[in-house]
Design a protein around this ligand. Structure first.
Ligand SMILES: Cc1cc2nc3c(=O)[nH]c(=O)nc-3n(C[C@H](O)[C@H](O)[C@H](O)COP(=O)(O)OP(=O)(O)OC[C@H]3O[C@@H](n4cnc5c(N)ncnc54)[C@H](O)[C@@H]3O)c2cc1C
Length: 563
């Protein structure tokens, strides 16, 4: 049996902590509400057993049942699985009705029916302009998708192993895209081996993904998965956009939401799936408005749904490979060779924390391994000893901040000491603190633990001597590398590769600047090309900063489009 998927995935239940009721999932619209919808579309009758939507069809129509019934079924090997029967006043659809992606289910009339129908464009107009109906439809769409995720009632089966990194990558890609799937684990499910045998697939070819239409993917890349599931096929890649946003972390998603909600025609490009680095955070505790914290994936899922509601489009598993910034409209080249034309660009490609090559590191991220040392992490560490890896100023600040009576800080640096890389005042404080030990020429070589980090091994690079310590908290402060190599000199960068903007642009950066005005605050050395979030030189590496810059850039985009 395929196992059910956890419900949280990338989406968030609108409000309730308890499971949704039938009324929440399938609300009944009033006569007056149906008339409001009918005014934007058309009404027609349908005979018994007319198929309105087939699984795999791109959803282009939204149906409200005015009279009669519509059944929603999911085809399986054994026939059809009945999901729900919509009665009068109920409507057909879920999140793919907004994005225009392929339907996961079949919708078919039961008896004679009268249907109110809207095009996808009219549906988007409705949810953007009618607050009451927007609340009802969006809530139901989100809850229905959550229900599909929870029950694993997608049209995709993943066969893999919890010990395989490839399986994790496939699962992460599907859940970060909010795509329901069922999972068979070779170690746990007898059916898994049987299925592989039937398909003549060797164990070393896992993970395999069974896509709709009986396509079988072996060890697929994200791009192959996106292609197989049709995640990008509803997007028109031929029009000239007002704005192309590159990167769908918090900064890019904020830019997309604000741009789309303010009427710009915006397309987002993302190498993997929405979420960015924040998507890797199990709980963001310091983002305004979430006193209980929010997982990065949930935050990204909400933002992505919001962007879709306002009509922003997204190409996933499709990174930008080149920005041709010679003339406007600008051309953004993507993986797969497409060339997208746009009047303005927001670069939000973020940065990747440098990760030392420690086996099992990913397993302990957020469970004993941290990339920042704020008050929050300090609290989490209690009175326990900590390790800090890195010799730069951020590592020094963290060491001073975390050192306190009763807790010892071990600073591990690959080089001979701190003098090269750290400000003098920090070095003095570290030297004067009895609670900080500096271990030069030393690096972590192993991490162990069950659910969280429990033990660390560090090794002296010259003597080869290792030491095992029961340390449960490691701060990796080895710097971040911006995702800018693809820009290939198109916009000015600082010496670390971050994008310079606004007043930080030096005269030499602006030698080819063609306008009489100076660059706007978040504008790069190319007019109408903006940089926001972690990829921008001088940015504060926080979700809130990324979101703030993403939204602020949109007001500047307006100025460049109208100026
Ligand atoms: C484990 C962890 C925990 C964190 N916890 C917190 C916290 O608690 N609070 C907090 O405020 N901050 C936290 N941060 C920092 C925060 O996540 C970042 O500051 C924030 O995500 C930056 O957002 P961004 O959109 O600028 O970049 P990113 O989140 O890095 O997103 C960039 C996106 O661009 C995509 N991309 C890259 N290159 C391309 C390309 N060529 N084409 C298309 N797409 C591309 C990437 O795949 C990625 O999705 C944490 C970071 C990590 C790693």
């Amino acid at each position: 049996m395929a196992t059910e998927q956890a419900p949280e995935a990338t989406l968030a239940r609108p409000s309730a902590l308890t499971p949704p009721t039938r009324g929440e999932l399938f609300p009944t619209l009033t006569r007056e509400q149906i008339e409001r919808i009918a005014a934007l579309g058309e009404t027609r009758t349908a005979a018994d057993r007319e198929v309105l939507i087939e699984p795999g069809d791109q959803i282009s129509t939204f149906f409200v049942v005015a009279e009669g019934e519509v059944e929603i079924v999911r085809p399986t090997n054994r026939g059809e699985d009945l999901l729900v029967v919509h009665g009068p006043g109920e409507f057909v659809g879920e999140l793919n009705s907004l994005s225009g992606r392929r339907s996961l289910v079949r919708a078919r009339t039961r008896g004679a029916t009268r249907l109110v129908m809207l095009t996808r464009e009219a549906l988007l107009d409705l949810v953007q302009t009618d607050a009451e109906l927007s609340e009802i439809l969006m809530r139901a769409f989100i809850l229905r998708r959550l229900e599909l995720l929870r029950s694993g009632r997608g049209d995709v089966v993943v066969v893999g192993s919890s010990h395989s990194a490839g399986t994790l990558q496939v699962q992460e890609f599907l859940s970060r895209n909010g795509y329901p799937y069922s999972y068979l684990d070779l170690e746990r499910d007898a059916d898994a081996q049987e299925l592989l045998d039937r398909l003549h697939i060797a164990v070393d070819e896992i993970p395999i993904v069974l896509c709709p239409g009986n396509r079988v993917l072996r060890r697929p890349t994200n791009a192959q998965l996106a292609d197989c599931l049709g995640l990008n096929e509803a997007v028109d890649e031929t029009t000239i956009r007002d704005l192309v946003v590159i990167g769908a972390g918090p900064a890019g998603l904020a830019a997309a939401v604000y741009a789309a909600s303010e009427g710009l025609d915006v397309l987002v490009l993302e190498t993997v799936a929405p979420g960015g680095q924040a998507g890797a955070s199990s709980k963001i505790e310091n983002y305004l408005g979430f006193p209980l914290g929010i997982s990065g994936q949930e935050l990204a899922g909400r933002a992505y749904t919001q962007a879709q509601k306002f009509g922003a489009e997204m190409l996933v598993a499709r990174g930008a490979t080149r920005l041709a910034c010679g003339r406007t409209p600008y051309t953004v080249e993507t993986e797969g060779g497409t060339r997208l034309l746009t009047r303005s660009v927001v670069i939000a490609t973020g940065a990747q924390y440098r990760k030392p090559p420690i086996p099992d590191l990913a397993r302990f991220e957020g469970a004993g391994v941290y990339y920042g040392a704020t008050f929050l992490e300090q609290q989490v560490c209690g009175d326990e000893d900590v390790v800090i890896v890195g010799g730069g100023n951020s590592a020094g600040q963290a060491a001073v901040f975390l050192a306190k009576p009763g807790r010892h800080v071990y600073m591990l640096v690959r080089g001979p000491g701190l003098a090269e890389s750290m400000s003098r005042y920090l070095i003095r404080r570290i030297e004067e603190s009895p609670n900080i030990s500096l271990l030069a020429h030393t690096e972590i070589t192993a991490m162990e633990g069950e659910d969280r980090l429990e033990r660390v091994t560090w090794t002296h690079r010259e003597s080869g001597q290792s030491e095992v310590r029961d340390v449960r908290h490691v701060f990796l402060m080895t710097g971040a590398v911006p995702n800018t190599t693809w820009l290939d000199g198109c916009v000015a960068l600082d010496r670390h590769g971050f994008i310079r903007t606004g007043v930080d642009l030096a005269p030499a950066d602006l030698e080819s600047w063609p306008l009489a005005r100076a660059p706007f605050q978040l504008e790069t050395s190319m007019p109408g090309v903006f940089a926001v979030g972690d990829v921008r030189a001088g940015n504060i590496k926080r979700v809130a900063a990324a979101v703030g810059e993403g939204s602020a850039a949109v007001s500047l985009v307006h100025k460049t489009l109208t100026g």
